[in-house]
Design a protein around this ligand. Structure first.
Ligand code: NAD
Ligand code: UDP
Length: 308
């Protein structure tokens, strides 16, 4: 198949391009390089089945493809809050442009949505029927509401125009090719520990997240995209739940050195707990994560040891 991957030079997008190239597909990788890097996809540039397009998803584009994976959007809070209006435009206009294209060329189109649609959840763990608890006017809203609106557009194009959609809600994912200065917790802690700096735990560190290794996540994407029954939304994530203090201690134990934990103020609207209910992914896709946090951290630490 010919497959368009928007945000293909980013952390998740580049792993997805790798997987799809390995399966023999032809890839069009579209990215504006806001948080993506050429080096993430440098090894693919010589492949005749791989094409790189520098473009912004807020502007329309025309290509002939069979499938579209729409991943373009900064994902870490410092990056998506850097230009919040642009973040909302990226999610909303990007969705409209991908859906318009999918409608025209009759492609299947996939949205990389997020567990952030659940906001600071009052239901735990979160399953797909939960509508969320989202502040519409806070610092995280550009991302949360942008993704919620993108989901709305996907389902309206599906209902109104018969567009063939797939929607995944991604829970915190980590692995090689995260940016060292990305601001997300796994990369922050590993890079701080490797540099001998103190690990910056925000608040008292009792808030929880559930961390999925990137290879597991990408496998979930491909399964969702290539089955016929379920359009989604489907949670994809690892239900193992850890406090940020537990994560910091695990990273310290693995990296060694003199770093300690230091506490910094908790950012506004930081969700207190997050864990996916993955019953639907198990049942509809036969998917569940395979890489435990300890193993995924080993691989990610090895990557950052080489690159920073
Ligand atoms: P990332 O920042 O590494 O990748 C995003 C990519 O999109 C980058 O290559 C960036 O340059 C590109 N991009 C941003 N704005 C663009 C625009 N206007 N036009 C074209 N390209 C643009 O982040 P990631 O972790 O790889 O996330 C990929 C997708 O998955 C995002 O949509 C994100 O919201 C979603 N997601 C990720 C996670 C996670 O834990 N990694 C969790 C939930 C959702
Ligand atoms: N966090 C932290 N120290 C850091 C970066 C993040 O304690 O250096 C916390 C953050 O407050 C949040 C959790 O780790 O509670 C996950 O943050 P991240 O930005 O990775 O993802 P998100 O908040 O979007 O789930």
């Amino acid at each position: 198949m010919r497959i368009l991957v928007t945000g293909g030079a980013g952390f998740l997008g580049s792993h997805l391009c790798d997987r799809l190239i390995t399966e023999g597909h032809e890839i069009l990788c579209l990215d504006n390089f806001f948080t993506g890097r050429r080096q993430n996809i440098a090894h693919l540039l010589q492949d005749p089945k791989f094409e790189l397009i520098r473009h912004d998803v807020i502007d329309p584009f025309k290509v002939e493809v069979d499938q579209i994976y729409n991943l373009a959007c900064p994902a870490s809070p410092p990056h998506y809050q850097y230009n919040p209006i642009k973040t909302t435009k990226t999610s909303v206009m990007g969705a409209i442009n991908c859906l318009g294209l999918a409608k025209r060329v009759r492609a299947r189109v996939f949205l990389a949505s997020t567990s952030e649609v659940y906001g600071d959840p009052t239901v735990h763990p979160q399953d797909e029927s939960y509508w969320g608890n989202v502040n519409p006017i806070g610092r995280r809203s550009c991302y949360d509401e942008g993704k919620r609106c993108a989901e709305t557009l996907f389902f309206d194009y599906h209902r109104e125009n018969g567009v063939d959609i797939r929607v995944v809600r991604i829970f915190n994912t980590y692995g090689p090719r995260m940016l060292a200065d990305d601001g997300r917790v796994v990369s922050n802690f590993i890079v701080q520990a490797l540099k001998g700096e103190n690990l910056t735990v925000y608040g008292d560190g009792s808030q929880t997240r559930s961390f999925c290794y990137v290879d597991d996540l990408i496998d979930g994407f491909v399964r969702l995209m290539n089955q016929e029954k379920t359009v989604g939304p489907v949670n994809i994530g690892n239900p193992g739940e850890f406090t940020m203090l537990e994560l910091a201690e695990l990273v310290l134990k693995k990296v060694g050195g003199k770093s300690k934990v230091t506490n910094l103020p908790l950012p506004a609207d930081d969700p207190k707990q997050r864990r996916p209910d993955i019953s639907l992914a198990k049942e509809a896709l036969g998917w569940e994560p395979k890489v435990p946090l300890e193993e995924g951290l080993n691989r990610t630490i090895a990557y950052f040891r080489q690159t920073i």
